[in-house]
Design a protein around this ligand. Structure first.
Ligand code: ADP
Ligand code: ZN
Length: 437
């Protein structure tokens, strides 16, 4: 599929041209930011009184970081950089951890976002004539509407079904010959586990691709989705503060996600020292948006952990690639003093063919010590009443986990369909240690 671009000129421009474009757009964003009370104060503190004070991309390092807390403080209008009448859309984060954060878009802002989502869809081989069933939640959450407009612009037929209602999803997939779906990876696996129960089989469908995102998932989960459905699955990354989906997207090479650098300025820093880390090293992703006038956001601390994949991609696109998101900086569990990322546990268990489509990590207090419990469903043919078989499987899971995270967890095996499932983002970790952790 090499050579199929949505916008060849932008996608394959050389490094110098890209840097020049970034500087131009960054200046414009600083000019917009200076129109907001929030950034006017912030930027004048570091001597940035006008966009012209930003002379080179290297100067960006002097701009203070923006945090989720800052966005909350600016709620509701502190970051609006245009007249209210110019705003045609707003989106807000789910607000599960406090005051929500809000972003605004002008029509031009929306058009530019749409263009990026079209680009992302083209990069994984979607085209006019595809039937696109969008299983991401529509509404204030950006996941649903984000890809909707880009898919229409490309000429796909969009089925805007939103999330949930699994029976309906199957029926639509079958009746309309859905070729591409967009969903969370955990929902894709759930969907598969319910297929038989709702009376469907794979040959009822014409599915070719799944675009999966909105939550961390390992390469093993991708492979599982691909193998179970017999399709290609592509990783899609975004966050509402940066518009939503299509900040970074895999291309058909499946070798990392191109972070669209003409539209977002990226840095990866050590999350403690906040110093830039070399390519290949994991750190916190920092993003500035270069394509939105209504809500400029500079050097946003995403809390997402990733790394830059060194070297060019064979697809020819100039935008550098980031690796699969390892989790958020605040995802890390400390179990009896040992640092564990949930993604490490997922990687180990999902490599084992006996494991089913859902799992959960529970952490409890056991006296003074922490107790790590890994609950996992096993495949339908694996679950048996033979305690010896089950115990042997448990033993192997524990051994594999210990080899990776140096801790021996308690492992619980469950029948398929028993562990809880969420309609939106999966909740993989239940930490019951309360204040004492
Ligand atoms: P929130 O979850 O903070 O309310 P969003 O709905 O905008 O906000 O979700 C954005 C977050 O979802 C990202 O910061 C990231 O942590 C996670 N996310 C999105 N896409 C992916 C992906 N492909 N892989 C891993 N994590 C993702
Ligand atoms: Zn590529």
């Amino acid at each position: 599929m090499i050579g199929l671009y949505h916008d060849r000129e932008i996608e394959t421009m050389d490094k110098e041209a890209l840097s020049a474009l970034q500087l131009l757009r960054y200046k414009k964003t600083v000019a917009d930011a200076l129109k907001t009370p929030f950034y006017k104060k912030r930027l004048s503190n570091v001597g940035l009184e006008s966009a012209e004070d930003l002379r080179s991309l290297a100067d960006i390092k002097n701009i203070p970081f923006t945090t989720k807390e800052d966005l909350r403080e600016a709620y509701p209008f502190g970051l609006m950089a245009v007249d209210k009448e110019e705003v045609v859309r707003m989106h807000a984060s789910s607000g599960t951890t406090g005051t929500p954060t809000v972003i605004y878009q002008t029509q031009r802002d929306l058009d530019r976002w749409t263009d990026l989502t079209t680009r992302s869809l083209v990069s994984v081989g979607c085209h006019k004539g595809d039937i696109f069933q969008n299983m991401m939640t529509y509404g204030l959450f950006t996941g649903g509407m984000g890809l909707h407009y880009g898919a229409e612009k490309l000429g796909m037929m969009v089925i805007p079904v939103s999330s949930g209602n699994t029976k309906r999803q199957f029926q639509l997939m079958k009746d309309f010959g859905t070729t591409v779906v967009h969903a969370t990876p955990s929902y894709m696996l759930y969907l598969y586990s319910k297929m038989e129960e709702f009376g469907y089989k794979l040959s009822d469908f014409k599915l070719k691709k799944a675009l999966v995102g909105a939550e961390p998932h390992s390469e093993e989960i991708r492979k599982k989705i691909e193998n179970l459905f017999g399709i290609d699955a592509y990783n899609s990354y975004g966050l509402s503060e940066m518009n939503g989906p299509s900040v970074a997207f895999e291309c058909d090479q499946k070798s990392g996600m191109h972070l669209w650098e003409d539209s977002y300025y990226m840095e990866i820093v050590n999350e403690k020292t906040l110093e830039e880390v070399p390519d290949g090293e994991t750190g916190e992703l920092i993003l500035s948006i270069l394509i939105r006038t209504a809500t400029p956001i500079l050097r946003y601390r995403t809390r997402d952990l990733t790394s830059i994949i060194p070297g060019p991609c064979s697809c020819g696109r100039i935008s550098r690639r980031i690796s699969r998101i390892k989790g958020r900086t605040d995802d890390m569990l400390i179990i009896n003093g040992v640092n564990v990322f949930p993604s490490q546990i997922e990687e180990v268990i999902m490599k084992m063919p006996e494991i089913g489509t859902n799992y959960r990590i529970v952490v409890k207090k056991n006296g003074l010590l922490d107790k790590l419990i890994v609950q996992t469903e096993v495949g339908p043919s694996i679950f048996s009443d033979d305690a010896r078989d089950m115990n042997a499987l448990k033993r192997r899971i524990i051994d594999n986990l210990r080899a990776s995270i140096t801790i021996s967890p308690v492992v619980e095996l469950h029948e398929p369909g028993v562990l809880p499932v969420q309609e939106g983002k999966a909740i993989r970790v239940v930490d019951e240690r309360g204040e004492s952790k």
